[in-house]
Design a protein around this ligand. Structure first.
Ligand code: FEO
Length: 174
């Protein structure tokens, strides 16, 4: 049986993952409006992944006798300064999530809650991959620069990343 303190902390994580899902969805729509289909598809996939991260905590809390709270929807921004800004925001949010996961692990360890600590290891790996992916995206954006056709080339890069993700998914990777 999970402690009330750990349960509350995991419910806070649900809020963070749920908000990430909505934030990336709002970003995806904004990109779609600019005709950036590669960025749109990339962010839609990230949004789906965040929902899955949230749902895993729902399932886990159910398994350990806890109670998962469906989070209220905090409206994410609708407008963004630039595509560059969008991806900087995604990276910043991922860093925030990583920090939060580390805090959860510290709490689980303090409580000798090995089950939750083990469960959270999946998130540690996931966050490492997501942060690496976003750093890779930001590096590519930086290389492209801010010239008049930069949006076109950024979108092409995102399409390439989407193709790699589709291949990885088809072959059982991430
Ligand atoms: Fe679930 Fe990317 O944080």
């Amino acid at each position: 049986m999970i402690s009330k303190k750990m349960e509350a902390a995991l419910n806070k994580q649900i809020v963070l993952e749920g908000y990430a899902s909505f934030l990336y969805l709002a970003m995806a729509v904004w990109c779609d409006n600019l005709g950036l289909s590669g960025c749109h598809q990339f962010l839609m996939r990230q949004s789906d992944e965040e929902r899955m991260h949230m749902m895993k905590i729902f399932e886990y809390l159910g398994e350990v006798g806890g109670f998962a709270l469906t989070p209220g929807v905090k409206e994410p921004p609708r407008q963004f300064k630039s595509v560059q800004e969008v991806f900087k925001m995604v990276y910043a949010h991922e860093q925030k999530v990583t920090k939060s996961i580390n805090g959860l692990i510290a709490l689980a360890s303090k409580e000798n809650d090995y089950s939750t600590e083990t469960f959270l290891q999946w998130y540690v790996n996931e966050q490492r991959e997501e942060e690496a992916l976003m750093r890779n995206v930001l590096d590519r954006i930086k290389l492209i620069g801010e010239g008049p056709q930069s949006l076109y080339f950024i979108d092409k890069e995102m399409e390439a990343i989407n193709r790699q993700a589709a291949v990885a998914e088809a072959t059982g990777g991430n």
